[in-house]
Design a protein around this ligand. Structure first.
Ligand code: AN0
Ligand code: CP
Length: 334
């Protein structure tokens, strides 16, 4: 049973959607499946025969784009990738709008059209920071779920990045030296306002897994209870780093939990939060993690990201594994 089961309905792993750890069912089983797939990533080549994955990007991507395509190919699928902003019509997403502006097509037509060409749909659609309620209700992804009639998975949507968090969990499982490692997620400074999807999912998956999880951030950056339950942040970064086995760095903008009128804004650029070797010296010789892309010498110093204890590349490589498990489960459910 998942520890965070109370936050989301428990679902059996006949996956129609993938946003949350509960969508995978038993995480221990999912990790074992990931390890098996890593041993032989082409084992299920027949499963995807004559099945097509459509990967739709509303935002930029390097890892998700490549690793998810690779995962689909591992399973013998055909893959179509669509960059909405490069060559497709500009899409209106709100119902009831008089479409006399620059948007030529409505999402409500585009979704069933796109879904008619494929069997499984992945969507990358970042938070827009216009309206917290829209973002936190996953309004775009929910429209895909409602109107496509196909299994839909998040490739980072407004509030979650589950393929990343699952890959991170696989990585921690591979590198941990103790049965229940201490995993510390730290906020770090960044020049632009970034979504909360990565920290939301990382926290949610860590709380569902068998680790001792702590997160640390300046005041105002508290994460939504949907993802962290009643866990409060440790505001003292040095205190949080004590005895850490893994340090997971990430910037995020204001989640609007304690400061609703500041949702999506930058509250701090305090460089003392950047993870450098002085910070890492406070830990239990911790591994360093980041989902990438990362801004060096803003989030993390050159020496920490280049150290043998940096796991950023194995983490990215495990994106292929997490995506292969998820697509395999979805294919099995078709
Ligand atoms: C994105 C984010 O923080 O959500 C994607 C990370 C996987 N990062 C940037 O836009 C730099
Ligand atoms: N970590 C991650 O999702 O990277 P991309 O934005 O490059 O896909």
């Amino acid at each position: 049973m998942l520890k965070n089961q109370k936050f989301h309905d428990f679902k059996l792993p006949d996956m129609q959607t993938f946003l949350y750890p509960a969508d995978l069912g038993d995480l221990r089983k999912a990790l074992d499946e990931a390890a098996e797939i890593k041993q032989d990533r082409y084992k299920h080549q027949q499963l995807g025969h004559n099945k097509t994955a459509l990967l739709i990007f509303f935002n930029n991507s390097l890892r998700t784009r490549l690793s998810t395509q690779k995962a689909a190919l591992n399973l013998g699928m055909n893959v179509i990738v669509l960059d909405i902003n490069q060559g497709a019509w500009k899409l209106e997403t709100e119902r009831g709008v008089i479409m006399d502006g620059d948007k030529s097509e409505h999402l409500l037509e585009a979704i069933p059209v796109m879904s008619s060409y494929c069997d499984i749909i992945g969507v990358r659609t970042f938070a827009r920071f216009e309206n917290r309620e829209d973002d936190y209700s996953e309004s775009i992804l929910r429209q895909f779920i409602r109107h496509s009639g196909k299994p839909v998975f998040s490739m980072e949507s407004a509030t979650v990045h589950p393929l990343q968090a699952f890959a991170d969990l696989i990585t921690i499982e591979e590198y941990k030296k103790t049965a229940r490692p201490k995993v510390v997620m730290t906020w770090a400074p960044h020049p632009k306002a970034l979504p909360q999807a990565v920290p939301n999912s990382f926290a949610q998956w860590m709380l569902a897994a068998d680790v001792d999880f702590v997160y640390t951030c300046p005041e105002g950056y508290e994460l939504d209870a949907q993802f962290v339950g009643d866990l409060k942040p440790e505001y003292d970064q040095a205190k949080a780093f004590a005895n850490a086995d893994f340090v997971y760095a990430k910037n995020w903008s204001c989640p609007g939990v304690t400061l609703p009128d500041k949702y999506g804004q930058i509250l701090s650029k305090d460089m003392s939060w950047m993870v450098d070797s002085d910070h890492m010296a406070l830990t239990n010789n911790a591994f360093f993690m980041h989902c990438l892309p990362v801004r060096r010498n803003m989030i993390v110093s050159d020496d920490v990201i280049e150290a043998p204890t940096s796991l950023v590349i194995p983490e990215a490589a495990n994106r292929e594994i997490s995506a292969t498990v998820v697509l395999k489960r979805m294919l099995q459910a078709i």
